[in-house]
Design a protein around this ligand. Structure first.
Ligand code: LLP
Length: 423
């Protein structure tokens, strides 16, 4: 069988798809389907790729928790020395529960509540990436009430087009994210005078699944212009956070070579004395995970063939939400003829499509692997249609660690009650 592409950690051996040394057939037997399977080696390798490419700049790599916030994954990355980019008090709690160092945490997001600010200040996070004037005022107030100063970067919106899906482009001027470039200088001056604020750095994040280098370079150049203007007005910054957004191969994309990215950044950061921060999510874990599912039924309509599997849009919403492509491979070779088929889930939505018009040789009961599902897969999962979320398994060589058990049906309504008889 010729597989179009197999990410690191995934191989086909004797006709069977493996994650590291484990056949997916064995994992399906042991943990049931659907289930998420991650490769520890793949995640470790992509983290190391960032470290090595950027070695000369000694960056702090703050993994974006939203991509996959499982405690098993976070603890692995914490052990590798990662910092974390969080966007909620919930993500901060996850990082701490996983043994992450709060001193390596940056807190992004447009809607931080006062409680979340206080939680992060008490935990001692490295920096708040502040996204509006109103947030800055509130943060100063919350920090003053606690008798501390909040370390701050402004997330500046450099207004560059990352050339990605409109839902995941964040650096355009019409976006809700960040502070307008033209307002940044004045807001920094305001920040420098606020009692509860300690100006620390500058931040930008222009979007996600970016496969060209030029938008990153354009954003960096605009940010550095601002850094110079700030220095002239007496505001020295200690770090520059370039955000995340580096894309991966899902189908036939050619991802950015991190060494090229690092070279472009290093060439432009020569005059900057501070530290570089990065916030990669997808590039760390996207290709390090897959969703394993079993074919329940084959069905033919007047115009389409359907392969109905036991995973659905509630488990992996990317194809439904962004028409994103995820490669779908049979776990074992089947001798039935290949047909063009839509791979769909059992959820009661026409949009519950995991793969459209795929050429597959499958029969009822076969296993399929939906690739590149490590990022924004489990973390965007829901219980729609009262479907328990699948287990997550981290494979390390020939060992499989359960890092999240399958939800039970009772888990789904354990916090609900029927109304009392007298209501
Ligand atoms: N930093 C900030 C401030 C972010 O908003 C994000 C992602 C990241 C870092 C990490 O970006 P990455 O390196 O993973 O591209 N659900 C969408 C992606 C949304 C990304 C949101 N922000 C998807 O499934 O494609």
């Amino acid at each position: 069988m010729s597989d179009s592409f197999l990410p690191t950690g995934i191989t086909r051996s004797h006709g069977v798809l493996h994650v590291e040394a484990l056949p997916l057939t064995d994992l399906a037997e042991r943990f049931g389907t659907p289930c998420y399977v991650y490769s520890k080696a793949a995640i470790t390798a992509s983290f190391a790729e960032f470290e090595q490419a950027f070695a000369s700049l000694r960056p702090l790599i703050c993994y974006a928790v939203k991509a996959n916030g499982n405690l098993g994954i976070l603890s692995l990355l914490a052990r590798l020395g990662a910092g974390f980019d969080i966007v909620s008090g919930g993500e901060l709690s996850r990082v701490l529960a996983a043994g992450g160092d709060p001193g390596k945490v940056v807190f992004s997001g447009v809607g931080k509540t006062s409680d979340e600010m206080a939680q992060a200040l008490r935990a001692g996070v490295l920096c708040f990436n502040v996204e509006s004037a109103a947030e800055l005022e509130r943060l100063s107030q919350v920090a003053s009430n606690l008798g501390v100063r909040a370390p701050v970067s402004l997330r500046v919106n450099p207004d560059v087009d990352p050339g990605t899906h409109p839902y995941i482009a964040t650096g355009l001027k019409e976006s809700k994210f960040g502070v307008a470039y033209a307002d940044a200088l004045a807001l920094y001056q305001r920040a420098a005078g606020l009692p509860g604020i300690q100006v620390n750095g500058i931040d930008c994040h222009i979007g996600s699944q970016i496969t060209e280098l030029s938008p990153f370079v354009a954003a960096l150049e605009k940010i550095l212009l601002l850094v110079d203007q700030l220095a002239q007005s007496g505001i020295q910054l200690h770090h520059l956070d370039l955000g995340g957004g580096v894309g991966i191969r899902y189908r036939d994309e050619t991802p950015i070579d991190l060494k090229d990215y690092a070279r472009e950044v290093a060439a432009r950061l020569k005059g900057f004395g501070g530290r570089l921060l990065l916030e990669p999510g997808r590039r760390i874990i996207g290709n390090g995970g897959l969703l394993l599912t079993r074919v329940e039924y084959l069905k033919t309509s007047a115009t389409h063939r359907f392969t109905i599997v036991d995973a659905a849009m509630n488990d992996l919403i990317r194809p439904s939400l962004y028409e994103a492509w995820h490669e779908i491979l049979p776990v074992t070779e089947n001798t039935v003829p290949a047909v063009i088929t839509d791979v769909v889930g059992p959820v009661c939505e026409t949009g519950d499509i995991l793969g459209r018009a795929r050429k597959l040789a499958v029969a009822q009961g076969d296993l399929l692997a939906i690739l590149s599902a490590g990022a924004y897969g489990a973390s965007m999962g829901s219980n729609y249609n009262a479907r328990p979320r699948p287990p997550e398994i981290l494979v390390d060589g020939d060992r499989a660690h359960l890092i999240r058990r399958r939800e039970s049906i009772k888990d789904l309504y354990r916090d609900e009650w029927p109304i009392p008889d007298d209501l």
